[in-house]
Design a protein around this ligand. Structure first.
Ligand code: ADP
Ligand code: AMP
Length: 214
């Protein structure tokens, strides 16, 4: 099964993608996580991406598309995957479609986690990310049992630089401008499925598994 997660930043794509990846035993591929890992390891790509990420802008397609294509060519992706945060522009979606067409495959679903902008600000200001393993918590909706320490790996939790209120509005503007058109793109392909992302995370998960089946 090949799935794309759509939705505004902070809508809950990563939260749901991790649960889906675990249930369906497919890799969870988050471009945001890949960029942050590069940043942490001090790679050239990480340094280039940081300039855009810190401003709430998208990393240019030239840096993003090849990275994802290399990842999708790996062995574990043969059984399918869930893409979280990619594609985020029409050219990225077209590049993905072209790559799939070349190997005679196609996406199964594009799942849009729909959350209004008003809720996004609360979601992002309360999001806490683990500096060790990248796990995500929320101070109110999904707190770590160990306070500001990750339950899984014991490393400190932080507010992401790009989750600060001054950057969140920019990211929402970028989402509406560059990413939201993908909803129409995948509707035309007949694979768009919309779920109400304002529900409790377990209810959102149930709505998604109803769509995916089994
Ligand atoms: P995205 O990957 O779309 O940017 P995340 O999955 O990181 O979003 O979720 C953003 C924040 O909202 C996180 O702090 C997460 O714990 C929280 N969250 C995710 N889903 C829900 C939900 N259904 N209800 C309340 N909070 C949620
Ligand atoms: P995320 O963790 O998905 O919220 O992504 C964090 C940041 O990484 C975004 O605000 C962008 O700057 C960058 N990013 C992640 N995925 C992409 C993508 N597909 N295209 C361009 N930039 C991306």
């Amino acid at each position: 099964m090949k799935i794309v997660m759509l939705g505004a930043p902070g809508a809950g794509k990563g939260t749901q993608a991790k649960m889906i990846a675990s249930k369906y035993e497919i890799p969870h591929i988050s471009t945001g996580d890949i960029f942050r890992a590069n940043l942490k390891n001090g790679t050239e790509l990480g340094k280039k991406a940081k300039v855009y990420m810190d401003q709430g802008l998208l990393v240019p397609d030239e840096l993003t598309v090849d990275l994802v294509m290399d990842r999708l060519a790996q062995e574990d992706c043969k059984k399918g995957y869930i893409l979280d945060g990619f594609p985020r522009t029409i050219p990225q979606a077209e590049a993905l479609d072209a790559a799939l067409t070349r190997i005679g495959e196609k996406l199964d679903y594009a799942v849009d986690v729909d959350v209004p902008d008003e809720n996004i600000v609360t979601r992002m200001s309360g999001r806490r990310a683990c500096t060790g393993c990248g796990a995500t918590y929320h101070v109110v909706f999904n707190p770590s049992k160990k306070g500001d320490i990750c339950e899984t790996c014991g490393e400190p939790l932080v507010l992401r630089e790009d989750d600060k209120p001054e950057t969140v509005q920019k990211r929402l503007d970028v989402y509406h401008d560059q990413t939201q058109p993908l909803i129409e793109y995948y509707t035309k392909q007949g694979i768009l499925k919309r779920v109400d992302g304002t529900m409790d995370m377990n209810d959102v998960f149930a709505a998604i598994t109803d769509i995916l089946g089994a």
